[in-house]
Write a protein that binds this ligand. Structure first.
Ligand SMILES: Nc1ccn([C@@H]2O[C@H](COP(=O)(O)OP(=O)(O)OP(=O)(O)O)[C@@H](O)[C@H]2O)c(=O)n1
Ligand SMILES: C[C@](O)(CO)[C@H](O)COP(=O)(O)O
Length: 249
């Protein structure tokens, strides 16, 4: 079937099965509240805000699938958006793979979005989708980095200092966010290839790069930051407070 007549269905896989160790003790990170609403619900709403998204697959902690289903049943989403909840794995990569396996036939564009990036604006989501629909097989939203970044040699003996081995040219570096967008078949192929090779990757575009396929960059957004450490919760609450103030609540 040619691209002209192939229906363009866009789905999002949201890996949400992490524990959130760096955030400190408590519930799994995706279930912790931001302004009274679980982080995962913010993330699902951020994806459903795009009119192009017809399906959201949430990859939940293996022992939390029923809880996450109830949570999403209890929080309104636009009628045009369906959702599924599946159990995740031991790593982010494995969780995304399990989410991809749950996609129905007919999906042509897939976004992968961290539950831990609950505040990404819809314009960023739409620009990723648009770039895929315009023909890119892989798209990442990204921002320039503010710090100088050093490459280090890990310490040989615990307690020894790390040694700096290189300083990459900062102007060429980008901090990559999610949602990352993909042609469906390209992403599925990348996950299968990397898993077969027994390799790991910290993001999905990195797997597509290893296939030799081009990855395109679109502008990211400061509010798409990843909630990783306790201070990020403070920032997320501040962003939500500013949005409420701007909306006149
Ligand atoms: N086994 C895993 C590990 C991570 N994730 C998801 O991948 C996203 C990005 O991961 P990260 O921010 O590192 O979350 P955690 O792994 O939960 O954090 P930490 O490393 O601090 O435990 C999160 O939405 C997280 O839920 C997942 O679905 N399955
Ligand atoms: C996918 C990602 O958010 C891109 O910046 C990031 O690599 C996830 O990393 P983590 O190790 O799961 O925090």
């Amino acid at each position: 079937m040619s691209d002209e007549v192939r229906p363009r269905r866009t789905a999002v896989v949201i890996p949400a099965a992490g524990r959130g160790v760096r955030l400190g003790p408590g519930a799994p990170k995706a279930l912790r509240a931001l302004s009274g609403t679980p982080m995962l619900v913010h993330a699902v709403r951020a994806m459903a805000a795009s009119r192009a998204v017809s399906l959201v697959v949430v990859v939940a902690p293996a022992d939390g699938v029923a809880e996450v289903k109830h949570l999403l049943d209890d929080h309104a989403l636009p009628e045009r958006t369906d959702y599924l909840v599946v159990a995740g794995g031991d790593t982010r990569q494995e969780s995304v793979h399990l989410g991809l396996k749950a996609l129905p036939d007919g999906i042509t564009t897939v976004l992968v979005h961290d539950a831990a990036r609950p505040l990404v604006p819809v314009d960023t989501v739409d620009s990723v989708i648009e770039a895929v629909r315009d023909g890119a097989v892989a798209v990442v939203p990204a921002l320039p980095v503010a710090d100088t970044v050093k490459e280090v040699e890990p310490a040989g003996t615990p307690g020894d200092p790390e040694q700096v081995v290189a300083t990459p040219v900062r102007a060429r570096l980008r901090a990559v966010q999610t949602p990352q967008g993909f042609d469906h078949d390209t992403l599925v192929n990348a996950h299968a290839t990397i898993a077969l090779a027994g390799e790991g990757a910290t993001d999905d575009a990195g797997m597509v790069e290893r296939l030799g396929a081009p990855v395109v960059v679109v502008p990211g957004h400061e509010e798409a930051f990843k909630v990783t450490r306790p201070l990020d919760l403070v920032l997320a609450e501040a962003v939500l407070a500013r949005r409420r103030a701007n909306d006149g609540f």
